[in-house]
Design a protein around this ligand. Sequence first.
Ligand code: P6P
Length: 337
Amino acid sequence: MTINRKILTLDEFTIQQMRQFPSATGELSSLLRDIGLAAKRVNVEVNKAGLVDILGDAGTVNIQGEDVKKLDIYANNQFMGVLQHGISCAGIGSEELDDFVVFDDEISNNSKYVVQFDPLDGSGNIDVNISIGTIFSVYRRISEVGQPCVKEDFLQPGSRQVAAGYIIYGSSTMYVYATKRGVNGFTLDPAIGEFCLSHPDIKCPPSGKVYSVNHGNFFQYTINTREYINVCQKKDKTNGGPYTQRYIGSMVADVHRNLMKGGIFLYPGTLDKPNGKLRLLYECNPFAFIVEIAGGRATDGKRRILEIEPTELHQRTPFFVGSKDMMDELDTYLQKD
Ligand code: P6P
């Protein structure tokens, strides 16, 4: 029975999806709802970040060598907390934690999934009120259910993700997640405190007119990457342009915009950092999964992001993601590297 209501909440939608599979245990639906709960709690703090003394560096430095702001810690603890006290997650990996965390209690050890997340991506923008986000990735564990999860559960290729998603804390707060069945977006309705289905079955337009890259690194990129960027600048009405350059230094916001409107996001390797800056497991894999399910593509310049066999929790990768036709054109340049 489909709930005959114009607006479906996240809870109603995930339950409706689960009911279509009578054999489903409901663990994934429950996990996705848990993430929604943590996102609502983080959203409250993000929205008042300018008002309370939650801003400012927490005085610690994370594995990325970046100053950790108090909201990063708060967000990390919120997502870890709901997953640890839920019924679906055996353990987590986080940008804010050097190693993965095994929840190691009877319920958690009997859970099917592990989750990796960047609790607050773009946190350098917190103090200047630019959109930031949470990114997450869900895998079915490969270790024996009933036992504590192990490191191999977290080092699976992105193609084995069961679900992935992000929350963007922007002009509105939106929760977007993908499973193999599609990508759906839910906008937080503050009046009822629920995420409501606002963007069903999101598809990435096959092309667009936006390219997103940090031009400040231009002379650090390979010759072929620079050639592609020059091509973007020369586009006009005769060859699919003109293009606009949009880059706000917050990956969730940049990729979300390009997913919705069409476009391409590039974070290439540079001469001194050939693997670039972005993290494979909890930044690139989730977005690669989401964008591919929506009809786009994601590579490291040579191969599908989702085919990369991870070796470390915090490994970096060059990252190119977006509309299929734009990615196909990019390939003709990067394959020459
Ligand atoms: P740069 C934010 O720190 C982040 O991880 C992504 O959200 C963003 O796309 C990227 O780094 C921006 O990096 O080097 O261009 O400032």
